[in-house]
Design a protein around this ligand. Structure first.
Ligand code: HEC
Length: 269
């Protein structure tokens, strides 16, 4: 019976794992991150590097509307002074002022990251008709792999998806060359089918890290994917800690209930 059940479960896992991915899409590469598992935490140095990659490269096209500069201090990536200084390097639209005009001013920690384009139409026009999606929550909205059980067990693979798209550009296979749309690139990891409107954004050595960490395409992709996992769930560590405390509490409570039950029923034969 047990054997049968585990066979059925295995069958389900395999069946559901294969379903759902867009045609021709490859499952994300299974790179590991420091924040995986019930006790995993963010690597602050890596998040600093990931922020730098976002700022110097991705922010030219992608917005991050739901992230405020102060979130970087709250998450312990930078201290308050650093965040103040870093916010001031951005220009934010504010207003209207007393005469009804909008005006530009340096960013404050309470501001959200400004968008590189005034609106979606402008973004489209600058990117060959494709809108670069907002990156704030992308690791939560794009699965890297599929299958209910697989996702329950391994997470949805959002950071792995980002990493895979960034490192996944390949030479167009000969049999597809004829149908390659103008201005699109071949990337079998891209969720909406293998033609992506984003030119390969990273090249070897593009961003120099203050901590001297390697800056290969691979390393930068890993760092920025980790940073985007942070922006999507800045309170992940607190959530895990609380979950663990609740489990301990429940375990102690169960033991107490068991002892009470034993005592209460001790005289009943
Ligand atoms: C030159 C502009 C440009 C830059 C720079 C750029 N992107 Fe993109 N990106 C785009 C566009 C445009 C799309 C939408 C492509 C499409 O829909 O075909 C896109 C799509 C993506 C996707 C796929 C999203 C999805 O819908 O599944 C990811 C992930 C991504 N970008 C991450 C990044 C990261 C991380 C960086 C920085 C390392 C970056 N991009 C830099 C323009 C850019």
């Amino acid at each position: 019976m047990k054997k049968l059940a585990s066979l059925a479960l295995a069958g389900l896992l395999i069946a559901s794992g294969a379903a759902m991915a867009a045609e021709g899409q490859k499952t994300a590469k299974d790179v590991s991150f420091s924040f995986e598992g019930p006790f995993g935490t963010f690597d602050r140095q890596q998040l600093q590097r990931g922020y730098k990659v976002y700022k110097e490269v991705c922010a030219n096209c992608h917005s991050m509307r739901l992230v405020k500069f102060r979130n970087l201090a709250e998450g312990g990536i930078f201290n308050e002074e650093q965040v103040k200084a870093l916010a001031a390097t951005y220009t934010v639209k504010d207003g209207p002022d007393a005469s009804g005009e909008m005006f530009d001013r340096p960013g404050l920690p309470s501001d959200a990251f400004p968008s590189p384009f005034a609106n979606d139409e402008a973004a489209k026009a600058a990117n060959g008709g494709a809108v670069p999606p907002d990156l704030s929550l992308l690791t939560k909205s794009r699965p890297g792999w599929y299958g209910t059980f697989n996702q329950l067990w391994n997470g949805i693979g959002g950071p792995q998806y980002i990493y895979s798209v960034l490192t996944g550009y390949e030479e167009t296979p000969a049999e597809l060359a004829a149908e390659q749309p103008e201005g699109k690139y071949y990337n079998p990891y891209f969720g909406a089918g293998h033609w992506i409107g984003m030119p390969p954004p990273l090249s070897e050595g593009q961003v120099t890290f203050d901590d001297g960490a390697p800056n290969t395409v691979d390393a930068m992709s890993h760092d920025v994917a980790a940073f985007l996992a942070f922006t999507a769930e800045p309170k992940m560590e607190e959530r895990k800690e609380l979950g663990f405390m609740v489990l301990i509490y429940l375990a102690v409570f169960t033991a107490l209930l068991y002892l009470v039950k034993k005592k209460l029923w001790a005289d009943v034969h």
